[in-house]
Design a protein. Sequence first.
Length: 141
Amino acid sequence: MLTFANNGIRHFFENHCMSRVLVIRFSSIGDIVLTTPVLRCIKKQLPNAEVHFLTKRDFSDVLANNPYIDNTFYVDNNLPEIIRQLKMVGYDYIVDLHHNMRSWKVKRAVRAKKFSFNKLNIEKWIYVNFKINKLPHQTYC
């Protein structure tokens, strides 16, 4: 069985029988496809959870038949309108898999417990541009 990597996240999710979760990933097609295990994990461990997804309209076909998504919101150039709609729906949790300025605006406006993934953008930029490795050391078995 898939489990949350962070037991604290699982604890927060398990405290509600019917939770509403917003997952944010705006682009790109491969990254959106790679969110499927996260969605499946949420749905398997929280079968009563309602999972909503926020992405760009260009990727609607990628998510159209995903069995782990209950509702999808699409962003074009209408972020303020989408934020208004998300606030009206109301969420218990936001899982930000994009972690950029646009997703920060959504998280700031919508009241919910928030989880994000640090993509180490600054560390990667320093490594690419100055060849200084500030990335965490990873050991692979």
